[in-house]
Write a protein that binds this ligand. Structure first.
Ligand code: FEO
Length: 398
């Protein structure tokens, strides 16, 4: 397998995972890549490795350029196993002089790969001389693990940023200017919504720090998806926009249904939202994966949840979604709850409480509950609920 030239000095030596469809609960419909990079300087340096199942692919790409035994230094920017899973095998085959990670990275790599891992901690702001050029390291804590760091190849002005500015997108092309912009914008949004969103305040601070340090890379090499060479500022600006969480006049109606009653209610809620003049996405959890719902949540101002009651509890798919959304910590939402029940409506009261207390949603209208099949009057209440949420969104976004 072939390495791909990024610059005269840098090669992409990663792996393409065409068929992964579940990345810790995130639906990766387009697969992903695990990017690793080889720097050919006096000290030959490998930046990150790949998921262990793809080690031979990475090794064979390195072999297309140099003998892997010539690798002097391995940098591990992040301990998660999609980038460190083959680190032990790489160390065994390449016998590098040094393996470096952040202080936290050193501890986390040892926790994953064993205390005997020969990894050295590099301080925040530290540099290493590669001969012709040098690498400077900056911790990027919580983007998206406490151990994450980025490094800048100074003279080449190339930034290796691990997970941030990445996306799950398998392609036969390696660069931003070779892939469809509409596709990558969607996948970048999906990646941010599902991986980075809880750390949005940290992203804003991090981007500020990067600017303050005068870092304006000519190429950005993330560990997933395309390499940014045409206009790296595009992905940086997109991150600044995502992190600001400026919501559109948009509301999601997310629900599940057992015998169709909650779905009928959802349609009337949606109708009310349309009448209020906001953009709406009606999403049945029968049809939509939680991570696609999260992608739509990123720029939404409203969230309306609907559930049937099953065994006196919320429908299980709603439980799944609520747990997932709680972790994503989306800010500034308004919303409301609705649903159908047979003989006990307690779970629907609980849904409204969870939305308020766990998802931090400002409730714009009381929960609408229908016993079995909704009557015309009940559907009118659902319409009014949609109208109230829509009006509140427009009022807040004024
Ligand atoms: Fe791509 Fe946090 O690992």
């Amino acid at each position: 397998m072939q390495a791909i030239k990024v610059t005269e000095k840098i090669y992409w030596v990663g792996a393409i995972d065409w068929n992964v469809r579940d990345f810790h609960g995130y639906s990766t419909n387009k697969g992903t890549t695990y990017n690793a990079f080889l720097i050919l300087d006096d000290k030959i340096t490998l930046i990150d490795t790949v998921k262990k199942e793809f080690y031979q692919e990475m090794l064979s790409r390195i072999k297309s350029v140099i003998d892997p035994k010539k690798v002097d230094i391995i940098i591990s920017n992040h301990a998660e196993l999609d980038h460190s899973g083959s680190l032990k095998m790489a160390i065994a085959d390449m016998a590098p002089e040094h393996v470096y990670a952040s202080v936290m990275g050193t501890a986390n790599l040892k926790a994953h790969l064993g205390d005997d891992l020969p990894v050295e901690a590099i301080a925040n702001g530290g540099s290493i001389d590669l001969g012709g050029d040098s690498l400077t390291f900056i911790e990027s804590r919580m983007l998206h693990w406490p151990d994450s760091m980025i490094c800048l190849l100074k003279k080449e002005n190339v930034l290796f940023c691990n997970d941030i500015f990445g996306m799950h997108y398998a392609s036969c092309k390696r660069f931003d200017d070779e892939v469809c912009e509409k596709d990558w914008i969607y996948e970048a949004k999906k990646y941010y919504a599902n991986i980075i969103l809880p750390y949005s305040k940290i992203v804003t601070a991090f981007l500020g720090q990067v600017t303050k340090l005068g870092i304006k890379p000519s190429i950005i090499c993330p560990d997933h998806g395309p390499i940014w060479r045409k206009d790296p500022s595009k992905i940086i600006n997109l991150y600044a926009e995502f992190a600001a969480q400026k919501n559109k006049n948009k509301v999601l109606v997310i629900y599940d249904t057992m015998w169709g009653s909650t779905e009928k209610m959802a349609a009337s809620v949606t109708d009310g939202l349309i009448a209020a003049g906001v953009e709406v996405k009606q999403m049945s959890l029968h049809a939509v994966h939680r991570s696609d719902a999260a992608t739509e949540l990123l720029d939404s101002a409203g969230l309306v949840l609907g559930s049937p009651v099953l065994n006196q509890e919320l429908y299980p798919s709603l439980g799944d979604l609520i747990t997932y959304f709680k972790g994503l910590k989306k800010q500034n939402l308004v919303g409301a709850a609705f649903g159908s029940y047979g003989w006990s409506d307690g779970a629907l009261n609980e849904l409204e409480t969870i939305m308020k207390e766990k998802l931090n949603i400002e409730i714009a209208a009381p929960c609408v509950k229908s016993r079995f099949v909704p009557t015309e009057d009940k559907l009118k209440e659902c319409f009014e609920l949609g109208l109230a949420v829509g009006k509140k969104v427009l009022e807040k976004n004024k």
